[in-house]
Design a protein around this ligand. Structure first.
Ligand code: ATP
Ligand code: MG
Length: 741
């Protein structure tokens, strides 16, 4: 009877998986590559513990990486057991620590209704503290202080544990941390990093409580262990103690959060710290075709210092990996949309398809291509480009230039970046606007006229109004992109985000520059004179208003490579696989970061089950400027016989191996290709085309140049021109208004 009831739990497992699931070791490490069934083993082991070992769900704690993964795990166990799990705890580290603190607020010395601070709230509080300390924000960027606080908390350090080496800079940061912590304590507030640190300290200080939980959680199971940081590791160590069991699963080759304090060493150290562990290696991959798997293996072998794994599949060889060289990012996006449409026509669901990219700023062009092709999509774990806070702020400046009476825009940026206008002053302006039924802009003028504000606030407001007026006058008559660049520059937003030292600040600056790129493209896509600021703002509003596909609507999944961890999709596009973007520019001189980028590439490739497309753009306008990029070294690291270069039209494909040398030459090759074959299978540059190679032309904005190439024909032809002052650009013939000279 019992044997029958556990059948479904072990029958669908291979030998090694079964060994892991049914192991009676109380320290078990499952170390295995992507798609080998680690998460599956974890799920089945929990079911096994309940069914075969009669452990109550109540005695199990499972930790995963996202809330979505936790929900999925619970669901899978319940369907294996055909019973609800009620009291079992499954969650993220943060979620579980939060639960502890809610239950034990008194012992943790927190008010019962303590508040969680999200990152923005936290920054606001850091600023308030710094103002109290009279620190100059330009010298002491609040974002940097916030990063300092969080990374120390992630390491388990309180201000008194941090050595300031007598260094004034360090001393000040420690001091901010201390005062911030005091403010949190007084206000009953807890930030994310604090959740873990505080619950760790709670156990340290309350042995009876720790004992209680040690008696409860007899078995702790952790997925994606390679991305645990120091405090999470210490937290687990303490909870498990010497008597409880722990199962961890992980893959050192998928450690991608080093920049946030994750320590892949935790895997190596596990046996030393927790006591001898049984190690099970899973080597069979069930997710991907052998071509995809071999490509992933080919890339990751370029990393040194790996724990080493051997992954194989008995599955089909599958299609070669398609590589597409877009001539720019718009072409790349259009190719992806075209291929998705093709896949949908073949009967694939939209949910089966994912587009993965290195940086959030890449999503805009891809989103536009999907919108144009009317393909519903979702951005997983992020906002759509025009809905991001920094973009909305920049647009608010532009809206005010257009329309002083835009109250929503006024509210958004009157004190962003902060310029010393307090709530009280703003409330006065709002009250007057309400009373006289006038816009906030007008109310501000009146408030100033009647000197109703304190001097500092009055000056700040005056400065803001003058800035908008001045920018309007200065940029009147200039082109849209110049106007946007000037306004965004003068708004102080870039400097504001640049000073944020954490990864998000950098991403926000990139997005702002990307907004300038968007205005340039808008100019190119429209006749220059119709590309006005007002038209662009409408375009942005429409794009932002276009609702994201609903949670359950069948839609193409878009996400960063980081967010794709643990997931799988039949069809995957990896976009922007170029030197300088992926691997990122910042990793170029740092071998450790380069290896982390390579692991990220490994994660990306191994998300694909059946078809993988790798795309890059030969020229890319991103972060506000245009750059020529070489294809990523990661493409070169894939054995060449697994690749095929694809043209935009599905008919024209060639195996990569027909090319003479390695992948390094693909730029030249694809350029040569176009010269003969044309773009998308269309004949290129008919002899009667006016855009003959070497012909001199003049552009109203870019000046004199020489035609370097042309693709396609008719109004949609694209012309590559080398401008004397501006360098090379691709232009759409029908909009470029090129004059022959
Ligand atoms: P990652 O490293 O990406 O997190 P993983 O090692 O956790 O991957 P899983 O997601 O558990 O791998 O499994 C990958 C895929 O292979 C899933 O679709 C899973 O259902 C399937 N799979 C795993 N083991 C088996 C098996 N023994 N039989 C059939 N399918 C399996
Ligand atoms: Mg997994």
């Amino acid at each position: 009877m019992r044997a029958m009831s556990v059948d479904p739990i072990v029958n669908s497992l291979n030998e090694a998986q079964r060994r892991a699931v049914t192991s009676d070791a109380d320290r078990l490490l499952v170390l295995a590559g992507a798609g080998s069934g680690k998460t599956r083993v974890l799920v089945h082991r929990i079911a096994w513990l309940i069914q075969a070992c009669h452990l109550a769900p109540h005695n199990i704690l499972a930790v995963t990486f996202t809330n979505k993964a936790a929900a999925e795990m619970r669901h899978r166990i319940e369907s294996l057991l055909r019973a609800p799990l009620g009291a079992m705890w499954v969650g993220t580290f943060h979620g579980i620590a939060h639960r502890f603190l809610r239950l034990h607020w008194q012992e943790a010395k927190l008010p019962q209704n303590f508040q969680i601070l999200d990152s923005d709230d936290q920054l606001r509080l850091v600023k308030r503290v710094m103002r109290g300390m009279e620190l100059d924000e330009t010298r002491w960027p609040p974002k940097q202080a916030q990063g300092f606080i969080n990374s120390n908390k992630d390491e388990g350090l309180r201000p008194e544990h941090i050595d300031d080496y007598g260094d004034i800079h360090q001393k000040t940061l420690v001091n901010i941390y201390q005062q911030y912590q005091d403010a949190c304590q007084t206000g009953g507030m807890v930030d994310f990093a604090e959740l873990l640190l505080r619950s760790h300290e709670l156990w340290l200080k309350q042995p009876a409580l720790l004992q209680h939980y040690r008696q409860r959680f007899r078995h702790v199971l952790v997925d994606e262990f390679q991305d645990t940081n120091r405090i999470q590791y210490a937290w687990l160590r303490m909870l498990v103690g010497n008597d409880n069991a722990i199962t961890i699963v992980g893959d050192d080759d998928q450690s991608i959060y080093g920049w946030r304090g994750a320590r892949v060493e935790n895997i190596r150290q596990f046996g030393d710290d927790f006591g001898r562990a049984e190690v099970v290696r899973l080597e069979q991959n069930y997710r991907s075709t052998s071509i995809i798997l071999n490509a992933a293996n080919g890339v990751i072998t370029h990393n040194s210092d790996r724990l080493g794994k051997n992954l194989w599949t008995s599955g089909a060889e599958g299609d070669p990996i398609s590589v597409y060289a877009g001539f720019n990012e718009v072409d790349e996006a259009r190719f992806i949309a075209e291929r998705i449409q093709h896949a949908l026509q073949q009967g694939h669901r939209r949910d089966d398809i994912a587009i993965l990219y290195r940086s959030n700023a890449q999503s805009r062009v891809l989103e536009e291509a999907l919108l144009r092709a009317a393909i519903p999509y979702r951005i997983y774990g992020g906002h759509r480009f025009f809905e991001r806070a920094e973009i909305k702020n920049a647009l608010a400046y532009l809206r005010l230039i257009c329309h002083r009476d835009d109250d929503a825009a006024f509210e958004r940026v009157v004190n962003t970046p902060t310029r010393g206008l307090g709530d009280k002053s703003l409330e006065r302006i709002r009250a007057l606007a309400r009373e006289l039924k006038i816009p906030l802009w007008q109310a501000s003028l009146q408030v100033l006229q009647h000197r109703e504000l304190a001097t500092k606030a009055g000056n700040a407001l005056k400065g803001f109004l003058a800035l908008i007026e001045q920018l309007d006058q200065e940029t009147r008559g200039t082109g849209l992109s110049e106007q946007a660049e000037r306004v965004i520059g003068a708004s102080g937003l870039i400097a504001f985000h640049k000073n944020e030292k954490d990864d998000r600040g950098e991403a926000r600056v990139e997005n702002l520059k990307e907004l300038i790129s968007a205005t340039r493209e808008f100019e190119i896509s429209l006749q220059q004179e119709s590309a006005t600021l007002a038209a662009f703002l409408d375009h942005a509003a429409l794009e932002a208003g276009e609702t994201q596909a609903g949670e359950n609507e069948d839609s193409v999944q878009m996400m960063t490579l980081h967010a794709a961890k643990g997931l799988e999709f039949p069809i995957v596009f990896m976009a922007g696989v170029e030197e300088g973007l992926f691997p990122s520019m910042q990793s170029a001189d740092d071998p450790h970061r380069m290896e982390e980028e390579r692991r990220l590439c490994y994660v990306g490739i191994t998300r694909a089950m059946k078809n993988l497309y790798i795309t890059y753009a030969e020229s890319r306008r991103i972060y506000g400027s245009e750059a020529l990029h070489a294809p990523s070294r990661f493409i070169r690291e894939i054995p060449i016989h697994l690749l095929q270069e694809v043209r935009a039209s599905a008919r024209l494909t060639r195996p990569m191996s027909t090319f003479d040398s390695g992948f390094g030459g693909v730029r030249e090759r694809s350029a040569a290709y176009r010269g003969n074959n044309g773009y998308g299978g269309a004949r290129i540059q008919a002899d009667d085309s006016p855009y003959q190679l070497g012909r001199s032309v003049r552009h109203p904005k870019f000046g004199d140049g020489v035609i370097m190439g042309c693709e396609g024909q008719g109004p949609n032809a694209r012309v590559r021109v080398n401008f004397r002052g501006e360098g090379e650009k691709w232009l759409v013939a029908q909009y470029a208004r090129l004059e022959f000279v």
